[in-house]
Every structure is written in structure tokens, then in C-alpha cells.
Design a protein around this ligand. Structure first.
Ligand code: BGP
Length: 480
């Protein structure tokens, strides 16, 4: 059955959206007292440019939200830039202009009937806190909780909150892969400690929101967003199977256990300890951390699952080494993690130009796996899924041909529908991304948007995928 037919089975109220993030879209990095993020000096030092104006979403949000509504979207993921509210992360007073900006953004969403799903942190720690250790320093956790409390009380119009975006990507990119500041490679102590500290920050924000809700009736929902990259053994040898288990423990189970069991299971801890031993690494847990995690686990209202790719893992005995494909030159990435395993290509499984495996089955498998493993798991939203591609320029009619993206979403939505039909409670889908935007470690030639942006003129063009996305939305609406 075609996807168009199958989406008719989706219930009324299925969330049909697209995702953005403040630093990747807003531009205006220096206006209204905004503080620097961890990226600003880093990008300049690398000889790259600040993402300014990026997609100029700070000024053009109304146009993008109107386009969203016109193309059948009923929701949008946005993030608040912490540094527009507290420029140094923990200032005594918030910046009035930043606060006003986000009230206006949320009012605009309301005007067009596009529900905002709002992340408090999307890879953009304030530079002032980043320079003191970022999430490795508990000061960041405290400052984050204070910022979260301010936002919960101030932006009462927001009914869907996400604490932190992709806890694992942040740790991995900062301390293992080394393609995000501060560029550490295989610093396993920091890689695991930042995961744990981010989890504590998430749990404290959830507990705070739920406690406040009891007395101040905030009336919304809260959860976290994480990316899941399921690992499969490269062969059926016990060594490869064990390598895949180690990979899954480090890249998935540690955070999923912490968030949804409220503790690290004995199996996960044993695998993590094996990785730590192999890398002479340590993890420090403070007294109250596990209490906080245990209290928060059943209080999450939703889980935002980002999915892009899977990994095939073979056993590996050598030293850690990697190379990151940030250019879109196919076949230039490599990842070998001592004490875990190495990623290998799988004949027959296609990859993007950035070497990401296109494997929709992984989304189905991971949905089934988490819903079977975590009894506390709340409703799931696919909060990011999409294809990074070198799209062509608009044609004479101003339309951009991106059949590869349609194909990608079509294949992944099929798997979401299959999992739903088997009882997995997925209540929404957000394509990454709404409009073309700045890709953290890849710049502007890796496009993901439903809407194409000419970055010289900021003019928006419609992609074929946006028209197709609207057709799906209309089909859903007609069936309801
Ligand atoms: C996720 C992030 C997004 C986005 C996306 C695509 O990890 O949450 O912010 O960037 O991945 O990644 P990239 O831009 O590196 O291709």
C-alpha cells in the first residue's frame, strides 16, 4: 500500500511538523545584547564564518511559519537561544529584548496554527560556561536549571518543552569524534561524564517543571530529545556481537536507561565499565544524582526520537582513530573506537554523500526495542529525520527537485507506520529540517530543508518535498 494510503490511518491530532534550531537558523548573532555561544570564537578561529544571517529566522520567522502552515504543517520545533536570555548563561537579569523576541515568535506560531515544540538547549551552550568546562562543570548544570525555571515561568504559552537536544551527539561530537568544540578525540572520561551530567540536568529540569506545575499550573508537557543510532554486528561472530553491544551501551543504553529507568542497568554498567577500563577512563557520580534520575524517569511526558542512520560494528583491537566527513566527499569517514569497535560499510546499504547509512529498518528496530525495554517510556515523537543532500538550484518555475529526500522520508515513514500498527505509540513526525540551514560541522552545502534558501538573497523557494509533504498532510486531514 502506498504511503499516501497508509497515512490515512493516522489519528486526528497526529503531529506533522518540521524542525529547526536557534543557532542554525536565526543569524543575528550579535543583536540585542546576545552573548556568544560555544561556537562563535571556534568558528572564527577555524577561518569559518559565524552563521550570520544563516536562514535569518530571527527576522523572517513569520515568513517561514506562514510557509509551514501553507504546506500542511501543524507543528514546528524551535529552540530558545540561552544566550539571548542570559548572555553569559547565569546573569542576574534576563535580556528584555530576547524575552520579547520569543514571545513574539510563539505568538506568530499561534496566529498560524503551528504548535511550537521548544528545546531549551540545542548544542549552543553560552561561551562563558563552555569556557569553564561546559557540561563537565556542575556550574553549567546549575545555571541551566535556573535558565529553565525562568523559561518555564515566563513562556507559559509553550505547552511542549524539550530539555536538551541529542545529549549523546553533543558528548560524542565534543569529546569522542572531536568535530564540535572543544575538539577532543576519544577523551572517554569526558565523553561519559558529559552524558551523565547532561542527564542530571535533564532530570532536574523535568523534576522542576513537574513540581512547578503542581503549584503554578503550567499545563504543558516535558521530555527530552535524543538521537538513536542502533548498532548491528558486522557478522554473526561473538566478537562482532559483543562490539555491537558495547557500541549500543555507550551510544544508546546509557542515556535511555538514565532517562527512562532512572538508573543504569547492571548490563549497561558492566559494558560501560569495560569501555572505561580499556580507555583508562572514569565516571564520577555525585550522591544526589541517582535520586534525581529516579524521580524524573516516570515524570517524562514525551520522548523525542531523532533518527538518521544505523551502524554496523566489527570488533577492533587497535588504537582509537577517526576521520570525519564534513565535506560530502563520499567514503572519507572512518571510526575506530578502542575497547568498543569499528564501523564498517555494508554492501548493498546505500549511504549519503556524508557516509551516513540509509537504513529505515533501523528506525523500526529502534522503536520496537525501546518500547519493549522501557516500561516508563512515554509517547514518542520522531523529532528529527531527514536527508542531508547537495540539492540543485531552483528550476525556471522556482521549484527545487529533491526526489531523494521524498524517497528518504517515504521509506522512514513506512517504518514508523509499521511500528505504530504493532503498538508503538508514535504521535508525531518532524522532518529535519523546515528550511535549509547551517549544518554544524558541514556548513551550507548540506541541505535538509523543505524550503530552499538562497543564502545570498535569503529568498525562499519551494522544494518538491514540501509539496509532497503537504499532500501527505492533506490526505491525513481528509481522512479524519
Ligand atoms: C542532529 C542535530 C541537528 C542537525 C542534524 C543534522 O544531530 O540535532 O541540529 O544538525 O543532526 O546534522 P548535520 O547538520 O551534521 O548533518
Amino acid at each position: 500500500m502506498s504511503l499516501l494510503n497508509r497515512v490515512q490511518q493516522l489519528p486526528k491530532g497526529f503531529v506533522w511538523g518540521a524542525a529547526t534550531a536557534a543557532y542554525q537558523t536565526e543569524g543575528s548573532t550579535k543583536v540585542a545584547g546576545k552573548g556568544k555561544t560555544m561556537w562563535d570564537d571556534y568558528l572564527v578561529a577555524q577561518g569559518r564564518f559565524l552563521p550570520d544571517p544563516a536562514s535569518d529566522f530571527y527576522n523572517r520567522y513569520e515568513e517561514d511559519i506562514r510557509l509551514s502552515a501553507e504546506h500542511g504543517l501543524n507543528a514546528i520545533r524551535v529552540s530558545i537561544a540561552w544566550t539571548r536570555i542570559f548572555p553569559n548563561g547565569d546573569d542576574a537579569e534576563p535580556l528584555a529584548e530576547g524575552v520579547k523576541h520569543y514571545h513574539e515568535l510563539f505568538a506568530c506560531c499561534k496566529k498560524y496554527g503551528v504548535e511550537p515544540y521548544v528545546s531549551l538547549h540545542h548544542f549552543d551552550s553560552p561561551a562563558a560556561l563552555f569556557n569553564q568546562g561546559d557540561w563537565l562543570n556542575r556550574k553549567t548544570v546549575d545555571a541551566y536549571v535556573r535558565y529553565a525555571e525562568f523559561c518555564f515561568r515566563e513562556f507559559r504559552e509553550v505547552k511542549n518543552w524539550f530539555t536538551i537536544n541529542e545529549l549523546i551527539s553533543l558528548s560524542h561530537s565534543q569529546y569522542i569524534q572531536g568535530n564540535f568544540p572543544p575538539n577532543h578525540h576519544f577523551d572517554v572520561t569526558s565523553g561519559i561524564q558529559s552524558q551523565h551530567n547532561e542527564l542530571v540536568a535533564h532530570a532536574r529540569a523535568v523534576n522542576l517543571y513537574k513540581d512547578l506545575d503542581e503549584t503554578e499550573h503550567l499545563g504543558g508537557r516535558i521530555g527530552m530529545v535524543n538521537v538513536l543510532t542502533p548498532a548491528y554486528p558486522a557478522t554473526d561472530s561473538p566478537a562482532d556481537q559483543h562490539a555491537a553491544d558495547l557500541y549500543n551501551a555507550f551510544y544508546t543504553d546509557f542515556i535511555m536507561d538514565g532517562a527512562f529507568l532512572g538508573h543504569y542497568s547492571a548490563r549497561t554498567l558492566s559494558l560501560i565499565n569495560e569501555i572505561l577500563r580499556a580507555n583508562n577512563a572514569t565516571l564520577t557520580v555525585e550522591d544526589s544524582d541517582m535520586e534525581e534520575l529516579a524521580k524524573a524517569a516516570p515524570r517524562n511526558d514525551m520522548f523525542g526520537l531523532n533518527y538518521y542512520q544505523s551502524a554496523f560494528i566489527a570488533a577492533y583491537d587497535g588504537e582509537s582513530t577517526n576521520s570525519f566527513n564534513g565535506t560530502g566527499d563520499k567514503g572519507t569517514s572512518c571510526f575506530k573506537f578502542k575497547g568498543v569497535g569499528q564501523q564498517v560499510d555494508m554492501p548493498g546499504i546505500p549511504t549519503t554523500d556524508w557516509d551516513w547509512l540509509i537504513y529505515p529498518q533501523g528506525l523500526y528496530d529502534t522503536l520496537k526495542h525501546i518500547s519493549a525495554t522501557y516500561p516508563n517510556l512515554p509517547v514518542i515523537y520522531i523529532t528529527e529525520n531527514g536527508l542531508g543532500h547537495k540539492d540543485p538550484e531552483p528550476d525556471a518555475n522556482g521549484i527545487v527537485a529533491d526526489p531523494e529526500r521524498i524517497d528518504f522520508v517515504d521509506q522512514h515513514m513506512e517504518k514508523v507506520l509499521q511500528a505504530r500498527a504493532e503498538g508503538v505509540d508514535v504521535q508525531g513526525y518532524f522532518i529535519w529540517s523546515l528550511q535549509d540551514q547551517f549544518s554544524w560541522a558541514n556548513g551550507y552545502n548540506k541541505r535538509y530543508g523543505l524550503f530552499y534558501i538562497d543564502f545570498d538573497t535569503q529568498k525562499r523557494y519551494i522544494k518538491q518535498s514540501a509539496l509532497w509533504y503537504k499532500e501527505l498532510a492533506d490526505t491525513m486531514a481528509d481522512a479524519q
